[in-house]
Design a protein. Structure first.
Length: 338
C-alpha cells in the first residue's frame, strides 16, 4: 500500500486543490482538519473531480494524542501543513488564538512527527513575512518582518523550523512562501469559500459580480504604483497546488531544508484585476475608491527564479484563466459549499 501524505487543513481552500494535484500525481492524501474554516463537502468535490475521496480525520493539530494515533496507524510519508488561521484583522483582535493555533499547533505537530520518526514537512508560509519590501521583485533572501500577529506567527514558525533543522539535519523541510492565491479548479467544483464578508480581493469581486455584495471598495487610489491602486502577485490556486507536488518531489529526493517563493513574478494592480474580471463576466463591476486599508503595502510580487531552479516549477495560468475559473466556481456555488 502506498504511504499517504498527511494534509493538515486539507479541507480548506489551498488544501483541497492540493489534494486534487496530489491524486493526479499518484499520491494518496489523508486530510486532518477541524473544519473551523471549511466544510468536508470540499473533499466530496475532490472525489467528483479525481475519482478518489481523500481519507479524512476530523480533528485538531493541537491534539497530540490524535496525531500520535494517526501517525502510528497511517504511517504517512510526509506532512503538508496548511492548518492554521489566516485573517489578518482577526489576528489583531485575537492574537492568542493565532499564536495558539498557528505556532502552538505547528509545534505540537512537529513533536508528534518527531515521536513517530517522520521528518518530512512542507509548511505554508506567506509573502507577508517580507513585510513592506524595500523593492520588488522579492527574493527569498530579502529581510523579513511582521506588522500583525498573523504575519508574526508565520515568521515564528519559519524560525522554529530553522532551529529544528539545525538541531537535527535529518529533517527535510520546505518553507513555501505563497503570494496571493486566487482562482479555482477549472471544474468549478472546488474554490474559495470564505466565511462572512470576504477580506480578500478576488472573492469580494466574485461576490459583487454574483450579486451577493453591492459594490467593491478599492482601498486606496493614491499608492505609488502605475495606476495608483495596490499591486500584487496573484497566483492561480492550481499552479500553487502543483507547486506543492513539485516541492514534495524535491523533498522526498533530497536532504535539507529549502525556502521558496510561490508566485508568478508578475505584478497586477487591483484595477487591472477588476478590468480582467469585467472582461471575463461580461459586465461592469460597481466599485468606489476609498481610503487605504490599515497595514496594506503598495506593491508585492515574487522573484520566482528559485522555485524554477530548485523545483523545476513555474506558474503557467494567466489572469484570464484565474478570472474564468473563479467566476465558474462562484456562479455554480453562489453560497459556497453551503
Ligand atoms: P483555509 O482557512 O481555507 O484552510 C485552512 C484549513 O485549516 C481550514 O480547513 C481549517 O478548518 C483548518 N484548520 C485551522 N486550524 C486548524 C487546527 N487547529 N487543526 C486542524 N485544522 C485546522 O485557508 P487557506 O487559504 O487554504 O490557507 C492554507 C494555509 O496557507 C494557511 O496556513 C494560510 O496561513 C496559508 N496562506 C494562505 C494564503 C491565502 O491568501 N489564502 C496566503 C499565504 C499563506
Ligand atoms: N483590496 C481592495 N478591496 C478589497 C480587498 C482587497 O481594494 O475589498 C486590495 C488590497 O488593498 C490589496 C489587494 O486588493 O491592495 C490584495 O488584497 P488581499 O486582501 O486580497 O491580499 P493581501 O495582499 O492583502 O494579502
Amino acid at each position: 500500500m502506498t504511504q499517504p501524505i498527511l494534509v493538515t487543513g486539507g479541507a480548506g481552500y489551498i488544501g483541497s486543490h492540493t489534494c486534487v494535484a496530489l491524486i493526479e500525481s499518484g499520491h494518496t492524501p489523508l486530510v486532518l482538519d477541524n473544519l473551523c474554516n471549511s466544510s468536508s463537502e470540499s473533499l466530496e468535490r475532490v472525489r467528483r473531480i479525481s475519482g478518489v475521496r481523500p481519507g479524512f480525520v476530523e480533528g485538531d493539530v493541537r491534539d497530540a494524542a490524535l496525531l500520535d494515533r494517526v501517525l502510528a496507524e497511517q504511517r504517512p510519508q510526509a506532512v503538508i501543513h496548511f492548518a492554521g488561521l489566516k485573517a489578518v484583522g482577526e489576528s489583531v483582535q485575537q492574537p492568542l488564538e493565532y499564536y495558539d493555533n498557528n505556532v502552538g499547533g505547528t509545534v505540537t505537530l512537529l513533536q508528534a512527527m518527531q515521536r513517530a520518526g517522520l521528518r518530512n514537512l512542507i509548511f505554508s508560509s506567506s509573502a507577508t513575512v517580507y513585510g513592506d519590501p524595500a523593492s520588488v521583485p522579492i527574493r527569498e533572501d530579502f529581510p523579513r518582518s511582521a506588522t500583525n500577529p498573523y504575519g508574526r506567527s508565520k515568521l515564528m514558525i519559519e524560525d522554529v523550523l530553522g532551529d529544528l533543522y539545525r538541531a537535527d539535519p535529518a529533517w527535510r523541510i520546505a518553507r513555501l512562501r505563497y503570494f496571493n492565491p486566487v482562482g479555482a479548479h477549472p471544474s468549478g467544483l472546488i474554490g474559495e469559500d470564505p466565511r462572512g464578508v470576504p477580506n480578500n480581493l478576488l472573492p469580494y469581486i466574485t461576490q459583487v459580480a454574483v450579486g451577493r455584495l453591492s459594490r467593491l471598495r478599492i482601498f486606496g487610489g493614491d499608492w505609488p504604483t502605475p495606476d495608483g491602486t495596490g499591486v500584487r502577485d496573484f497566483i492561480h490556486v492550481m499552479d500553487l497546488a502543483e507547486g506543492h507536488v513539485a516541492a514534495l518531489r524535491h523533498l522526498l529526493a533530497h536532504e535539507g531544508m529549502f525556502t521558496v517563493n510561490l508566485g508568478t513574478g508578475q505584478g497586477c494592480s487591483v484595477l487591472q484585476m477588476v478590468q480582467a474580471f469585467e472582461r471575463c463576466c461580461g459586465r461592469g463591476l460597481p466599485y468606489e475608491i476609498v481610503q487605504r486599508r490599515a497595514g496594506d503595502i503598495a506593491e508585492c510580487w515574487a522573484d520566482p527564479a528559485q522555485a524554477q531552479r530548485l523545483l523545476n516549477w513555474k506558474a503557467v495560468r494567466d489572469l484570464d484563466t484565474i478570472c474564468a475559473d473563479a467566476w465558474r466556481w462562484q456562479q455554480a456555488n453562489p453560497a459556497g459549499y453551503a
